[in-house]
Design a protein around this ligand. Structure first.
Ligand code: NOJ
Length: 679
């Protein structure tokens, strides 16, 4: 870096960002405790018509400021979040007779760095087209990386690979973010972005010399971003932690998003739901019409009754509307979002649900026919609102660069990616329209999460990774035991995921005898704590919950939290998370392992000192094994307090789930203390 570089440090002084110009080319670097994390890395842009802004620049002025605030999440994995950072704003100009301005802003937190570009309103730059964002992340070592490849057919739905960065460069491909890394010195890094609005998603191209370079998802005409000043790009984020668990409890991405713009969001409510869903994935039912149609009035009534009886807030119903017959994934333009199938009495069921105090969760599968959806969206949300349906699951099944875009006359203009600017704008349109109708959104095959839930709290959850459904599908191979031990450190750093846990019939022999969920029953329960989502499904067929003692945990576990802590963490191997319910004194623990069995220990010092709790422990039973014997489950109750040393014995592909509730006097008198563990 040039000797006269500008520098800004994190509030604790450990992380330092330097910014400077080398012969007019902008560079930044990042150190932590004087160890280089990001080596000098280029910044800048190339445009379609305008001259590039990547060289010949000079610093017009720079400014530093500090910020400290604690804000509250209306719902979330934690109630209050502290935003404490130092900021450096650098205003650059390319001089000359028609100078243009570019501002680069760095925010340095104790847990990482965010930076973005701003193109202020200015006489010599109005509408412009970005052909290259030259942002680099020059990594300081050949770190181990957990990644999925970008520009693939199935969007984000791939198993994570774990390779050194140098292997990635050899492949020559680009990876999605978040991409998470472990350095030889034992630091954990994750690159992602925050506040993706009016722009295109960033993927990272692995280049030689361990450099990741921004590779924005293009429009069909090759332009990366169609822009207009004033413009602020999304923040490029780097989370830095000494322990992988600290990546999970870093709220840097949320801190870089704008506060709630929806005003009073008391109508936005987390919830737990069942649904007419798994039956289709197992082949018990069909989405389309016919003798096995799932979304019938009768089936829906049964699910609504079940939900009411067990305290679920919602019932998802897929396949309720015209358009599912034939190859719906290839013909999304056939979807009609306001006309139910004749055997589905939408109005009657909405009334029936109201009477029970349960809500139907609406479903808009678009088959990635976005224009068809946009043409009906307003009416479709209005219909749902009139029926008291306030949560909608959207879906964009479609492959590769396969989203048709039309001009105003209805002529096909080009085929777009799920992650390009066209879809960023579409999802923005959906979330804003939904908000006007008091509707919450859970998007599948979505745009990636970049923390916009802070600004639009009705954006409850998304998929954007391989979820439970992969375990059901023939030929999909299922999710191997380590998949859910990687997600918390990668995909979930972006935000909540609708993984849809709660499959208690793990082998579903009646429907797909060759497939199964690749972990034990205790691990399936633990996912409710490990995988954060304010909207959690109890995904199994309701008949599989009858008389199953494991179901009690599914009923008890909350979806909204006061506090979250990660007690054990090793990416791809194991993780233990504890969360305290948003309302009340209860804590919940989830612990999971990959293929290997292991024993983990922890004290319970997160519990309120001096209070005795009942620990309801759901653990792997004798001989439990993810592949050959997934069902053995022990359920035991003991008295514990904050000094108890807990031992978690996890079977191969196993887990453990625990509810801690303050003990009543009766329980204190009748239950045994947790058996002490030899040190
Ligand atoms: C894929 C989604 O992930 C799944 O949840 C849904 O059931 C199907 N698409 C149909 O919309």
């Amino acid at each position: 870096m040039p000797a006269d570089s500008l520098r800004v440090s994190s509030p604790d002084g450990k992380i330092e960002v330097s910014f400077g110009l080398l012969d007019g080319v902008p560079y930044y670097s990042i150190n932590r405790n004087d160890v280089e994390i990001i080596l000098p890395s280029k910044l800048g842009f190339v445009f379609l018509k305008d001259a590039p802004l990547n060289a010949g620049l000079s610093i017009v002025e720079s400014e530093q400021s500090s910020f400290e605030e604690t804000w509250t999440q209306p719902w979330g994995e934690v109630e209050s979040i502290r935003d404490h950072h130092n900021e450096l704003r650098v205003q650059l100009s390319d001089g000359g007779a028609d100078p243009r301005q570019l501002v680069i802003v760095f925010r340095v937190f104790d847990d990482g760095v965010g930076f973005r570009y701003e193109f202020p309103e200015q006489p010599n730059l109005g509408e412009f087209q970005i052909m290259d964002e030259q942002t680099e992340f020059a990594m300081s070592g050949d770190h181990q990386a957990w990644w999925i490849g970008a520009f693939q057919s199935n969007r984000y739905e791939y198993l994570y690979q774990n390779t050194p960065l140098s292997r990635l460069a050899k492949g020559g491909g680009s990876v999605h973010t978040p991409v998470t890394m472990q350095t030889a010195e034992g630091l954990y890094l994750s690159i992602h972005e925050a506040a993706l609005v009016d722009y295109s998603s960033m993927t990272l191209k692995a280049e030689d010399n361990l450099v990741f370079k921004a590779n924005l998802v293009p429009w069909s005409d090759g332009v990366l971003v169609k822009a207009q000043t004033p413009l602020k790009t999304p923040w490029r984020t780097l989370q830095i932690a000494e322990n992988p668990g600290d990546l999970i409890t870093s709220y840097l991405i949320l801190n870089l998003n704008e506060p709630n713009v929806l005003g009073d969001v008391a109508w936005v409510k987390p919830g737990k739901y069942v649904g007419i869903w798994w039956g289709m994935h197992l082949g018990k039912w069909t989405w389309g019409s016919g003798p096995n149609h799932g979304a019938t009035t009768q089936n829906t009534k049964a699910y609504l009754d079940f939900a009411a009886e067990h305290g679920f807030s919602g019932v998802l119903v897929e396949g309720w509307n015209l358009g599912w017959d034939g190859d719906w994934a290839a013909h999304g333009e056939q979807f009609d979002f306001t006309t139910p199938y004749p055997d589905f009495d939408l109005k009657g069921l909405a009334d029936y649900a109201k009477g029970l105090g349960v809500k139907i969760i609406g479903h808009h599968e678009t088959g990635a026919a976005v224009a068809n959806y946009e043409a009906q969206m307003e009416e479709a949300f209005a219909l749902y609102q009139s029926l008291g349906i306030d949560t909608v699951k959207t879906g964009y099944v479609g492959y590769g660069q396969g989203i048709a875009r039309y001009d105003e006359q209805g002529n096909l203009v080009g085929m777009e990616w799920h992650h390009g600017q066209y879809m960023v704008e579409h999802h923005q349109n959906v979330i804003e329209t939904a908000a006007r109708y008091g509707i919450m959104i859970n998007a599948h095959e979505p745009i990636k999460d970049t923390g916009l839930r802070r600004t639009y709290p009705n954006f409850l959850s998304r998929e954007a990774a391989r979820g439970q459904e992969y375990n059901a599908w023939d030929g999909a191979g299922g999710n191997p035991p380590d998949h859910v031990t990687i997600l918390p450190f990668t995909r979930l750093l972006a935000g909540p995921m609708d993984y849809t846990p709660g499959i208690l019939d793990l082998t579903f022999d009646d429907y797909r005898p060759n497939n199964q969920v690749n972990h034990t029953l205790a691990k399936e329960l633990a996912l409710y704590v490990i995988i954060y989502s304010p909207l959690q499904m109890a995904a199994d067929l309701i008949e599989n919950y009858a008389n199953n003692p494991a179901f009690q945990f599914v009923l008890d576990v909350p979806v909204d939290w006061q506090e979250t802590r990660v007690l054990h963490a090793q990416i791809g191997d194991f993780i233990t998370t504890v969360r305290r319910a948003r309302d009340g004194e209860e804590w919940f623990l989830g612990s999971i392992t990959g293929e290997n069995p292991r024993t983990l220990e922890t004290t319970l010092d997160f519990l309120e000192p001096g209070v005795t709790y009942v620990a309801e422990i759901y653990s792997d039973g004798e001989g439990a094994h993810w592949q050959t014997n997934p069902y053995p489950l022990d359920i035991q109750e003991y008295l514990v307090d904050s000094t108890t040393l807990l031992r978690l014995d996890l079977a191969p592909g196993g887990g453990q789930a625990i509810r801690f509730a303050p003990a009543s006097a009766e329980e204190e008198a009748s239950l045994a203390p947790y058996p002490s563990v030899a040190p």
